[in-house]
Design a protein around this ligand. Structure first.
Ligand code: CA
Length: 229
């Protein structure tokens, strides 16, 4: 039923808005549009969208200011922006954006990212999720990990990182968020801790740890647990 969910498109460029609206409508979504931050805030309150596709360059405000209100309203947020700065992506993800797509984009890619963001939202509600990524199974309620059916023993930090990625399948999770949630706020900048743990996880879970296909690097941004081949 995820397809029936309403999506708010926040975009001041009428041409892009029309393009995105067409793609969303073909995918079966109800579409709400906003050309300014002010309209977007009104739509969040009135239409209660399940997801927001958010342009950052808006005429009245920086779109980044809409991430928190959208999350507070319970919507998944996919930033769609021409800004390809790593710092911008990190800032958007740290504020709670579910994903970030750089313009120009392919509408199929946009729909795939939106599906992942919405799936995460539904799974976050279910909480009883067992996530399958390739031959790896992460049983979140039981805190168990299996690879090809055999139990894998993980150190607490290794499990912490894997579980956080597994709770957001196919989404990039920023370095700072991983460090903050697994090690604590004081370790937000200790990227080495994270690198070591990711290396260990790849050794235990990947068929070829040198060419990871499960725990994927998003250079300068974070990691993504890939569940679709
Ligand atoms: Ca714009």
């Amino acid at each position: 039923m995820a397809n029936a969910l309403a999506v708010l498109v926040v975009e001041d460029d009428a041409h892009i808005r029309r393009l995105v609206r067409g793609a969303l409508a073909r995918a079966g979504h109800a579409v709400v549009e906003a050309a300014t931050a002010r309209e977007a805030l009104a739509a969040l309150a009135i239409d209660k969208p399940a997801a927001v596709l958010l342009d950052l360059g808006l005429p009245d405000r920086d779109g980044i200011e809409l991430i928190q209100p959208a999350k507070a309203a319970g919507a998944a947020v996919v930033v769609v922006s021409a800004r390809e700065d790593t710092a911008e992506k990190v800032a958007a993800l740290d504020l709670g954006a579910d994903d970030y797509l750089v313009k120009p984009f392919d509408t199929e890619e946009l729909l795939a990212r939106l599906r992942a963001a919405l799936r995460h939202r539904l799974e976050a509600r279910a909480e009883a999720a067992v996530l399958v990524a390739g031959e790896v199974e992460v049983d979140l309620p039981r805190r168990r990990v299996r690879r090809a059916g055999a139990e894998v023993h993980l150190a607490p930090k290794e499990y912490g990182v894997l579980a956080l990625l597994a709770r957001h399948p196919d989404r990039v999770i920023g370095h700072a968020q991983l460090l903050r949630e697994v090690w604590g706020p004081a370790h937000e900048a200790n990227l080495d801790y994270l690198r070591i743990v990711v290396r260990n996880l790849r050794q235990k879970l990947e068929a070829d740890p040198a060419r990871p296909v499960l725990i994927v690097n998003e250079p300068g941004v974070g990691y993504r647990l890939r569940v679709v081949a």
